[in-house]
Design a protein around this ligand. Structure first.
Ligand code: 9D3
Length: 245
């Protein structure tokens, strides 16, 4: 997959894609990531990328010309999906990551002002994405989140780390508690069941811990989780216990 990122702050991208899983995926040619400085696509002497909003108001608006110029220079006659990172976009999720992973090329636009000229949305952009309900300073970190989540979905990117399918499956329930050596750390012991060597007991305990943790922290996830009849029974029992307390 070829990912093109348009930004006013290209230096922000030095680092995150040069480590670990994404680095290896790039080296193997599974994904290529190109960063473009929007300021290079201005026509005027002072390389102006923003301007005051018509009608007045606070903040600056990203001008349309550099965005159209940049996108058109990248895609030529090809039809490549253009995605704007914006707080007004549809909420990013594992499902959206899987959807984007089907493209073999995409262009991500990072805004960094109070907004972009509406004609960019109407005539250049195919999709708008937000990564969550909190305020960031710009779309750059959001673009990094999207690239990381999408790249993990590409065939061959995950090796020893596991398959992307496991990721999606894991989103049904939260992970169970994990321990490593030492067996006793500052007086805190590892749960006995994990030392028992009884793999059926361990598997059951881990599933129950996952269910418990999901109920406490992310009850919304439980509605879609796939539970065995026995696990549903366990869930009903703890819910009853919770009510009694
Ligand atoms: C005054 C209204 N603000 C909207 C909540 C304006 C505004 C704030 C922050 C406009 C842009 C930004 C910069 N954020 C992004 O560009 C952004 C973002 C985010 O702030 N949260 C979650 N996802 C994203 S994707 C891009």
């Amino acid at each position: 997959m070829k990912i093109h990122i348009l930004t006013l702050f290209p230096n922000m991208f030095a680092g995150p894609f040069d480590e670990s899983i994404i680095k290896r995926a790039r080296e193997r040619g599974l994904v290529s990531i190109s960063i473009y400085n929007l300021r290079h696509y201005t026509q005027d002497k002072h390389h102006v990328v923003d301007d005051y909003p018509y009608g007045g108001g606070r903040g600056m608006v990203l001008k349309p010309e550099p965005l159209f110029e940049a996108v058109e220079s990248i895609r030529g006659d090809a039809r490549i999906p253009v995605i704007l990172l914006t707080p007004q976009g549809r909420l990013f999720s594992q499902q959206v990551a899987q959807e984007l992973a089907r493209y073999d090329e995409m262009i991500l636009i990072c805004g960094h002002y109070e907004g972009v000229d509406e004609r960019v949305r109407e005539h250049l952009v195919d999709d708008e994405i937000s990564i969550g309900d909190y305020v960031l300073s710009g779309g750059e970190i959001a673009a990094m989140v999207v690239v990381d989540a999408v790249a993990r979905q590409l065939p061959g990117v995950l090796g020893a780390e596991g398959a992307a399918g496991e990721d999606s499956h894991a989103l049904g329930l939260l992970e169970y508690p994990q321990y490593t050596r030492p067996q006793l750390f500052r007086g805190w012991a590892v749960p006995e069941v994990l030392l028992s060597g009884n793999h059926a007991h361990i598997a059951k305990w881990r599933r129950q811990q996952s269910i418990l943790r999901t109920l406490r922290r992310r009850p919304d996830l439980l509605e879609r989780a796939e539970l065995s009849p026995e696990e549903k029974g366990f869930l009903e029992e703890i819910k009853k216990g919770n009510q009694a307390r």
